[in-house]
Unconditional design. Sequence first.
Length: 316
Amino acid sequence: MLASVRQLRGRGVLGMNARNADFIQRYNPRRLYPLVDDKLETKQLALAAGIAVPELYGTMSTPGETGGFADIVAERDEFVIKPAHGSGGDGILVVAGKSARRRGQYRLIDGSFMTEAEIRFHITNIISGRYSLGGHRDCAMVEYCVKTDPVFEHVSYRGIPDVRVLVFRGYPVAAMVRLPTRASHGKANLHQGAVGAGIDLVRGRTQFGVLDNGITDEHPDTGELIAGIDLPNWDVLLELAARCYELTGLGYQGVDLVLDRQHGPLILELNARPGLGIQIANRLGLAERLRRIEAEPDGASVAERLALARQLFGES
């Protein structure tokens, strides 16, 4: 076991303890966590900074307010319900439409159905803190349901892929796209069975795939190759990710973005404790990249940070 640990360290693989002690604790002041742990506050910050996010339709923070759910979505066939303080995708409902044959029922992204009463009960659970960090009382958000960009049509099962960019001191250091599968019930969450694909930072092209911590070349449901996909608007995605450093002040963060077919790149949410699966998806260790950026002086502009990241971390 010790030999394996030494080998991983020798290859620059960043472990969880090192991530927590050397980067999260040092570069992410606790007072700033609410800016990203509260998705509603994150959305408001982004809007104030002119950063595009999915439109917010409404919020509910008391059980009594769930009675207004039908009014919030009266003109919406598709929408997303999520806890403002949730994590790991827990508690998120993606509604793909209202049933034409089942009166008063909503069709979810995985093909199942829920009644209005069931959805209101789920929202009540969100408010009670069932899905929130620390189990604290929460707020349910209802927002725009992203429309998948056509580039992902053949490598995604029903849900919406998202792009995770790891940003350190404002520099993008690694990126991957997370592709929903049948096993993940259409959610772009690696822990629930989504596929992760590493992305070359210069070209915005997918390279390798990871599924359940193992290497894969193709999507498990569609059979299509994961590598070689050129993401549209890649420069815009990277710039949005880099700008989140000024937005939150967090030195080490994961920026989750989506490519919407109508609105283009949107910031979905931010994470002050991003996972390490991005190393597997890119087949690289983060330690060397992070140490290289750690040596850079403060004060670089967004454009300067992006230029250096492309220079240092593009596909060799």
